[in-house]
Write a protein that binds this ligand. Structure first.
Ligand SMILES: *[C@@H]1O[C@H](CO)[C@@H](O)[C@H](O)[C@H]1NC(C)=O
Ligand SMILES: *[C@@H]1O[C@H](CO)[C@@H](O)[C@H](O)[C@H]1NC(C)=O
Ligand SMILES: *[C@@H]1O[C@H](CO)[C@@H](O)[C@H](O)[C@H]1NC(C)=O
Length: 369
């Protein structure tokens, strides 16, 4: 089977803005956004985004409930939750989104006691979340929606998707209402969560010779076994390379792949395959991911960079479905320090913690530069 078509478009990157990050969402009341994407509040304000006046913070008799999960009690028995939780006591864990080329998967977690309803806004028939118990251990319930990105009327969710196109990216945005009471959305009690997938343009089409302006911190290049840009098809089982290079926009000269997984979406079903974790190739992935190492390269202006090269054997996860990748990257000023992997040749250790740049779906997003 020829999977070139997959290779030429699966490079598409996306990131998620479901999780709060002040680089994108800002801080309230004069708070400063730190390097790590957290807010440093001005004097007199508290809360994850500095949205609560210190004076309104409450203790003792005016706070007889317990705000869970790091929430801040304010006014009388009200909780200002951290970015990952919601509910009147911050008891509910929030949401995540996976951005794929063919579609988006949104998951909202609530407590199993949740009696309400999760719908897109606007709500439409045929575009409904399905509900299932996530796991016995967490006692959370998941609501999940998988929708194609299509805006055609044949997509039942087309009304819920807001697509904006700029010269450098395409953004798909979906609002989801989490209503405590089924069938009714109450703006005072309920909340709307905005999910976004941002797709840099042209990366997918032109990955082998990307001559567009650098607008993302990372550039991917697909190479054949002679390390020439891939121009022809690869067959399942063929060896090829992916180079991850820091672009000038990243402001750094080195990068490291911390984690990577492949996934395919087929008929709304997502199949994933983890390849790299904590900077090391997983033993279960060794037949597909042959090696990963930092190699030196140069930018057009002659500047030296340290890219990461992954050697892979082409595979597909589900029939002819496209393969997408999610990955976390770490950017370093120069070469990234080595992490020692138990089973394989050493790759690179973490000396001091630097923020990871997470692209693709899943929780723990951190797009900080
Ligand atoms: C959840 O609990 C049921 C009944 O105790 C059990 O049969 C099932 O295997 C459990 N599922 C998981 C994912 O642990
Ligand atoms: C779509 O998104 C754009 C940009 O975020 C916004 O200006 C516009 O109001 C949105 N449209 C709808 C119908 O929500
Ligand atoms: C959303 O749509 C479904 C199906 O059309 C309907 O059953 C439900 O009551 C609606 N919910 C809200 C909050 O409008």
């Amino acid at each position: 089977m020829n999977i070139l078509t997959k290779l030429t478009i699966f490079v598409l990157m996306c990131y998620v803005s479901a999780k709060y990050n002040c680089k994108m969402d800002g801080c309230q009341n004069g708070g400063k956004c730190t390097y790590f994407g957290n807010c440093e509040c001005a004097h007199g304000y508290v809360g994850y985004d500095c949205g609560v006046q210190m004076a309104l913070r409450s203790f003792g008799p005016s706070c007889t409930i317990k705000c869970l999960n790091g929430g801040t009690c304010f006014n009388t028995n009200m909780c200002y939750c951290t970015e990952s939780f919601h509910g009147n006591r911050c008891q509910y864990q929030k949401e995540n989104i996976q951005c794929g080329l063919e579609g988006i998967q949104i998951t909202i977690m609530t407590s199993t006691k949740f009696q309400g309803e999760v719908t897109t806004k606007p709500n439409s028939t045929g575009c409904q979340f399905s509900n299932f118990r996530a796991s016995n251990a967490t006692l959370l319930r998941s609501y999940r929606l998988i929708t194609p990105l299509s805006l055609q009327t044949t997509n039942p969710c087309h009304r819920a998707i807001n697509r904006t196109v700029t010269p450098d990216k395409v953004t798909y945005s979906i609002d989801v209402a989490v209503s405590e009471k089924e069938g009714v959305y109450n703006p005072l009690r309920d909340r709307i969560v905005n999910f976004k997938c941002v797709y840099p343009r042209r990366i997918g089409e032109g990955s082998t010779q990307d001559n567009t302006q650098s607008y993302t911190p990372v550039e991917l290049l697909y190479l054949d076994t002679r390390l020439q840009p891939l121009t022809q098809g690869v067959q399942e089982g063929d060896v090829f390379y992916i180079d991850f290079s820091p672009t000038t926009e990243s402001g750094t000269n080195g990068l490291q792949v911390i984690s990577m997984e492949a996934f395919s979406v087929h008929n709304g079903k997502v199949t994933t395959f983890k390849m790299i974790e904590k900077g090391c190739i997983l033993p279960t992935a060794e037949s597909r991911v042959k090696s990963m190492k930092q190699v030196e390269g140069t930018r057009p202006n002659g500047e030296k960079i340290h890219k990461t090269r992954i050697e892979m054997t082409a595979f597909s996860l589900y029939g002819n479905s496209y393969l997408h990748f999610n990955y976390d990257l770490k950017f370093c000023p120069g070469a990234c320090p080595e992490i020692r992997c138990i089973r394989r040749q050493p790759i690179q250790p973490t000396q001091h913690q630097q923020p990871y740049h997470h692209f693709g779906g899943g929780p723990g997003l951190n797009i900080v530069i």
